[in-house]
Design a binder for this molecule. Sequence first.
Ligand code: PPS
Length: 270
Amino acid sequence: MEFPSEHLREVQEDFIIKDEDVLLLTYPQSGTNWLIETVCLIYSKGDPKWVQSEPIWDRSPWVETKHGYELLKEKEGPRLISSHLPVQLFPKSFFKSKAKMIYLIRNPRDVLVSGYFFWRSAKFVKRPQSLEQYFEWFVEGNVVFGSWFDHARGWMSMRDKENFLILSYEEMKWDMRSTVEKICQFLGKKLEPEELNSVLKNSSFQAMKENSMSNYSLLKGQYFEENGQLLRKGVTGDWRNYFTVAQAETFDKLFQEKMADLPQDLFLWK
Ligand code: PPS
């Protein structure tokens, strides 16, 4: 994927984040689009009209893409902004703002498997030929947006700030109702019970898979092969179906080495 360094420099130096913006940050394949859809539905009080009529990348544009950056510069009022950027490349203005940020993490083993299938059908990156090959790239951090470990460590260093909320894909899967309530509380939004039910219904795996504004089907042909799908399985622990015993051991060891000094309750999949 092409992110010209000049563009990235402009994003980092010149993009102004406003206090009223809300930022949705993730490492790729962590459930970003699920989070975006959920926050959009919270904003529309469960009414699916918005998520069914505007592409997800225009509702919450990616600041690192040229398309998203241009769109964001023109947007009036509070904006939703998505990004996969690591902390060291993020717009500097954020660190002086009161803008709220949600960082979503997911078991990196599932991120790896999800990423393998996703990039395999993408037309704009070097495609992995096998899971074995992608495993090597991933553990070396030789993938788009770099090492998962550096990304997670970098952003989680902000976890004590009051404008920063960490969520996990796993808690969304296990108790989405409580997660939506947590997001509402963080964003200062209030939903009536039937509005909350509608958020849950319209952000479900099935609803998103059928929503052409959210399932990336509009990008098929130009960016993805016909068989590519953003919403593949939508489960936790799928890595167990793909890792060999040796790969599982290698990954555990690496995780220990890289993340042992962080509070382990940040990693809900354990
Ligand atoms: S991307 O391309 O980086 O923006 O991808 P991202 O959206 O971060 O992650 C894609 C994975 O998220 C799963 N997903 C969901 N799971 C459960 N419920 C809902 N509603 C949902 N929406 C997206 C999607 O299926 C991808 O995971 P895998 O494991 O490949 O199925």
